[in-house]
Design a protein around this ligand. Structure first.
Ligand SMILES: [Zn+2]
Length: 302
């Protein structure tokens, strides 16, 4: 158990996983699910994280809400994962708070416009990474349609964060969930860094195997990691961190929260839980810094 005499907190906090959902996200989902309005959708939305507040229509106000959360929690940088293909809110956020927000884009590589949107995001906003969802958009990570995205990632040093595994919603197709799909890609693009959100979201063994073979694979820690409850054997967050650290050290672990909506805001509980686990594992100050900000700083040249 942890000792109060030896409790480290990171010198900085960089959050590699924060969804940036503006008004347009809720309008799209409302339409998709057959609701008349975003307000109607929210009345019917069962969300594990509690009540969801409709974000302001004004992009500046949205940016300000997250900036206030960051300040309140001493968060130094936040990776923003916006609504698919959406540059509007992202552009304003980065203009208003260039030191705080790190812009990523979420694209669907099966759509032909994905490449041009990404190019635009890189040249106009300075996008630093991409979020991809194979189980939601029905593609394998090795699909030829994704190659132009990987080429851009290589050219512009973008981090490619994947959501493999479970928990992306009721339309997810399990055929595209397995992170080992990434194996030929990691081989072909050794300079591109790939992060697996939520430790592979159930495919933890596959994450460890990938990390064994390729140096460009990162374990991203965000969310409550509920997938642990769906394994046929007992596994705690402490076991998960210990396994990754024993196998590969701390240099390939990137902290994230998976914050998304208000009023919940920035998920401090996730940060505190992971910090407690890492102190229990008796990490040094330097190792704690690596997980909570230095690794991401290095990967993205921040
Ligand atoms: Zn997420």
């Amino acid at each position: 158990m942890s000792s109060v005499d030896r409790w480290y907190t990171p010198d900085k906090i960089y959050d590699a996983h924060c969804h940036y959902f503006g008004h347009s996200f809720f309008n799209r989902v409302a339409k998709q699910r057959g609701f008349e309005s975003a307000e109607e959708l929210l009345k019917n939305w069962q969300f594990r994280g509690g009540k969801i507040e409709l974000p302001p229509k004004d992009s500046k106000q949205l940016a300000e809400m997250w900036a206030r959360e960051a300040e309140k929690n001493n968060v130094d940088k936040i990776v923003l994962l916006p609504e698919f293909n959406d540059l509007t809110d992202l552009r304003v956020a980065v203009q208003e708070y260039p030191d705080l927000f790190v812009p990523f884009l979420s694209v669907d590589p099966t759509q032909p416009e994905a490449k041009s949107i990404l190019e635009k995001g890189i040249s106009e906003i300075g996008v630093k990474g991409i979020k991809l969802y194979p189980p939601l958009h029905y593609f394998h990570a090795y699909d030829d349609r994704v190659t132009p995205i990987y080429e851009l990632a290589q050219e512009h040093n973008l981090l490619v964060t994947f959501h493999f595994g479970v928990s992306v919603g009721s339309t997810a197709d399990m055929r595209f969930m397995n992170p080992t799909d990434l194996s030929p890609v990691a081989l072909k693009f050794p300079k591109v860094k790939f992060a697996l959100a939520h430790f592979g979201t159930g495919y933890f063994r596959e994450l460890l195997f990938l990390m064994y073979h390729y140096k460009n694979i990162y374990a991203e820690t965000s969310s409550s990691n509920v997938w642990m409850d769906y394994l046929p054997h007992k596994l705690t967050l402490q076991d998960v961190f210990r396994k990754v650290i024993d196998a590969t050290g701390v240099d390939h672990i990137i902290f994230g929260t998976d914050s998304s909506f208000f009023p919940r805001g920035w998920r401090r509980a996730i940060f505190e839980w992971q910090l407690a686990v890492l102190n229990d594992l008796r990490l040094s100050q330097e190792e704690i810094n690596a997980v909570f900000y230095k690794n991401l700083e290095k990967v993205l040249n921040l």
